[in-house]
Design a protein around this ligand. Structure first.
Ligand SMILES: Nc1ncnc2c1ncn2[C@@H]1O[C@H](COP(=O)(O)OP(=O)(O)O)[C@@H](O)[C@H]1O
Ligand SMILES: [Mg+2]
Length: 295
């Protein structure tokens, strides 16, 4: 009898171990300038991941400018602000008709930079629970770099930096990289050049940004890919439908599906999962000084 029970327990443990989900991948989508296509890239990448059989979730961290819900045409009942104030994250999730889960940023007056340290901690602790259901977390961060956005970006497994070919957008993307470097160690960064008129323009834009980051910041920046300028993006936005749903064969939709395929091409990024995310967010407090000069 006892032997049976022990056997059963062992079988259960073995099952639990094998059923342990693969580590999370936390991708933060960032940009220097606003309006470069961050939210569209984020939402449609998530939809593409879902179509490819992954279990993505979108966290809209552009608090106060809740674009993800507008793009998906869903009116949320709860937001990231509720989660930061203690509401269960699973209770606050909303679902697009495709089944894609997301957490809304909310349109309140509060901005993420006004979250207290405790609220940020609550939020990230709750985000840790997402591994029960999801394997890729895409964070749509706001433009620019406030303290709390910076904490989110530094804590991600990878940064996807969105820029257009316009010089202002490239300059602001560079400025964001510079601020990140100044504030601590930067996770691997890959560029997404959005609204390129052709792939050559996309490549030239990426080359330029990679070269200045390398030369002036000593930062190696990769390239995830290019999304062509395509009127279907705006047409989908106006219909409040996702591009991948309404125009799956458009050029931009195809480009975004290519981004998904490129995600795994560079095995440089070892996902450290949400536990790692927590550690990176909160474990480094007070130990930021001269990390490069130790030993
Ligand atoms: N690839 C593209 N081709 C054409 N227009 C685009 C493209 N990507 C974005 N846009 C336009 O830019 C607008 C802003 O995009 P959005 O994703 O909201 O930017 P952000 O999140 O960076 O502020 C969209 O509403 C759309 O009109
Ligand atoms: Mg946005």
């Amino acid at each position: 009898m006892m032997g049976d029970q022990a056997e059963h327990l062992r079988a259960l443990m073995a099952h639990r171990q094998s059923a342990e989900p693969a580590p999370h991948r936390v991708l933060a989508i960032a940009s220097g300038k606003g309006g470069v296509g961050k939210s569209n890239v984020c939402v449609n990448m998530a939809l593409a991941l879902q179509k490819a059989g992954q279990r993505p979730i979108v966290i809209d961290a552009d608090v106060g400018f809740a674009d993800v819900e507008v793009l998906l045409g869903v009116r949320p009942r709860k937001t990231i602000v509720d989660v930061a104030q203690g509401t269960s994250i699973f209770e606050a999730l909303e679902y697009h008709s495709s089944g894609l889960a997301f957490l809304s940023a909310g349109n309140g007056l509060l901005n993420i930079q006004e979250f207290t340290s405790e609220q940020m901690e609550e939020l990230v602790q709750q985000m840790q629970r997402l591994h029960e259901k999801f394997n890729v977390v895409l964070i749509d961060s706001g433009a620019g770099l406030t303290e709390n956005v910076s904490r989110l970006l530094h804590a991600a497994d990878e940064l996807l930096l969105v820029t257009t070919p316009e010089p202002t957008s490239v300059a602001d993307a560079y400025a964001l990289l510079k601020m990140l470097v100044v504030r601590g160690s930067v996770p691997p960064v890959r560029l997404v050049v959005n609204r390129a008129k052709n792939f050559t323009e996309g490549r030239l834009t990426a080359d330029k940004l990679c070269a200045v980051a390398d030369r002036f910041l000593d930062l190696k920046v990769g390239v995830l890919g290019y999304v062509l300028d395509d009127a279907h993006v705006s047409m989908a936005v106006k219909r409040q439908e996702a591009l991948l749903d309404s125009y799956p064969n458009s050029q931009a939709a195809r480009c975004i599906e290519q981004l998904i395929r490129n995600l795994d091409q560079q095995e440089a990024v070892k996902p450290r999962g949400l536990a790692g995310f927590m550690e990176r967010l909160f474990g480094r407090r007070g130990s930021k000084t001269d990390a490069g000069h130790s030993a």
